[in-house]
Design a protein around this ligand. Structure first.
Ligand code: ZN
Ligand code: CA
Length: 447
């Protein structure tokens, strides 16, 4: 059925005859979304959305610090450490692997500004030695407010932090990865800034490794394991410093995981805020060229390509919440792995999932807002809803361009309704893998 369906609708997506150009257009759009979720000061500066302005400018005052900045999580306004650390690390990874795609699609300046905004914020959260503040805003009260971030009554509470007595190895682990990658990205542009990113990355990693345990952003986010996040921090610190001790750390974290019956080499998950093992393994393959790492990615992708549940339209269906983010992340993994294997096969798989997202699906609708002729009009996102329905603007002016919605159900059905947020919510972590996959595909020459 999936094959017959593909044959029917191929050619319906916008500029489908020029794949690399199509992906570059989608990449430029998807990078814009992050402007809509900016928090703090200077929000309006070069923002893709005229309706965004400063918000939550008192963040951190309750603990005597300036914790303004960063990004709202999703359709709400809380700043969560787990999703920001994950998102920043995957966006930076994407730029690190495919800088030319960002350059050629015209999205480089916006991407760099987003990466810098994440890093600036993380360094504020780490400004007090031995402490890392990771959740600002109370999810419970935030979710009772349906209005724009600019008008949200404050102040907000600095909810959670890590220190020697309050472990959170997962969140500083991911954050260390993001800062280590950014230290390399900004090295040639601003060496002092790169040094500061790297120093903070090292400090956070030391802290996360010394005081072991899971951070807690429940009931919204709670990790299953922190060993993957510590490994993610370690592998990127190795790449940034060439220090071999970080590679030994990765091996010992993996050994500990195996002893706890979570074998990273058999992982079926793709990269997400809860699990970044497959990303670690890919970088370990790049660094060591060892067969055990290369084969582990092959095993993971065999699951995604051949064994996982598929919708009738061919979408890989990992779980009902944010189904498209997982398919997009798996596509990024396939593109990066393709250098070790049958390149055509893995690139074709990535294209099948990304093309589904961009409109090659039974709804004949793109799930990337603004791409193609049919896409969601009613995403679950407070900041843009207020702009869509107030101030005399037309809907068109206030579209949440570039956002990836959660996606369809297991029957390829999508409900374009902001109240049905399992379909229509958007999130910083949803879009991260998509940005990477689009950058990868935009860089692959057409036949
Ligand atoms: Zn804000
Ligand atoms: Ca984890």
């Amino acid at each position: 059925l999936a094959e017959r369906f593909d044959a029917q609708v191929t050619g319906l997506t916008v500029s489908a005859e020029q794949p690399a150009k199509k992906y570059a257009e989608a990449l430029d759009l998807s990078v814009r979304f992050y402007d809509a979720n900016r928090c703090g000061k200077d929000v309006a500066k070069d923002n893709a959305f005229a309706w965004r302005g400063d918000c939550h400018t008192d963040d951190g005052k309750d603990v005597g610090l300036d914790l303004t900045g960063g990004f709202h999580d999703a359709g709400d306004h809380v700043k969560f450490g787990l999703t920001q650390g994950y998102t920043a690390s995957v966006l930076a990874w994407s730029y690190y692997e495919f800088p030319e795609s960002f350059r050629k699609s015209g999205s480089e300046a916006r991407m760099l500004s987003t990466l810098r905004r994440f890093s600036d914020y993380f360094m504020k959260c780490a400004q007090k030695p031995g402490v890392f503040y990771y959740q600002v805003g109370d999810g419970g009260s935030d979710h009772t407010y349906w209005g724009s971030p600019e008008k949200q009554p404050g102040p907000r509470q600095t909810m959670r932090f890590a220190d020697a007595k309050h472990p959170a190895s997962d969140i500083p682990g991911e954050t260390a990865a993001a800062l280590a990658i950014n230290s390399m990205i900004f090295r040639g542009k601003d060496a002092a800034y790169a040094d500061k990113c790297l120093k903070t990355a090292k400090d956070l990693y030391v802290m996360a490794k010394a005081t072991r345990g899971m951070g807690d952003e429940s009931p919204f986010y709670k990790s299953s394991s922190y060993l993957d996040d510590l490994s993610w921090g370690a592998v990127w610190l190795h790449i940034a410093t060439k220090d071999k001790s970080y590679l030994n750390d990765v091996e010992s974290f993996f050994a500990q995981a195996v002893s706890e019956k979570i074998n990273p080499f058999m992982s079926r998950a793709t990269v997400s805020w809860d699990d970044v093992y497959v990303g670690v393994i890919l970088k370990m393959a790049d660094i060591t060229k060892e067969k055990k790492y290369i084969d582990a990615i092959g095993t993971n992708l065999d699951f995604w390509m051949n064994q996982i549940k598929k919708t009738p339209g061919g979408l890989r269906y990992f779980e009902q919440w944010g189904v498209l983010r997982y398919a997009a992340s798996s596509s990024l993994i396939a593109i990066l792995y393709s250098k070790y294997a049958d390149r055509e096969k893995y690139v074709a798989y990535a294209r099948s999932q990304i093309d589904y997202i961009l409109g090659n699906n039974p709804q004949k609708m793109s799930y990337l807002i603004g791409f193609g002729s049919s896409y969601p009009k009613d995403p679950h996102h407070r900041a843009s809803v207020c702009a869509r329905y107030t101030g005399g603007r037309s809907d068109k002016d206030c579209e949440l361009l570039g956002a990836l919605v959660g996606g369809p159900d297991e029957d390829d059905y999508y409900e374009d309704n902001m109240d049905m947020y399992q379909f229509s919510e958007v999130a910083i972590d949803y879009s991260a893998g998509l940005v990477g996959a689009l950058a990868g595909l935009a860089g692959i020459p057409e036949k």
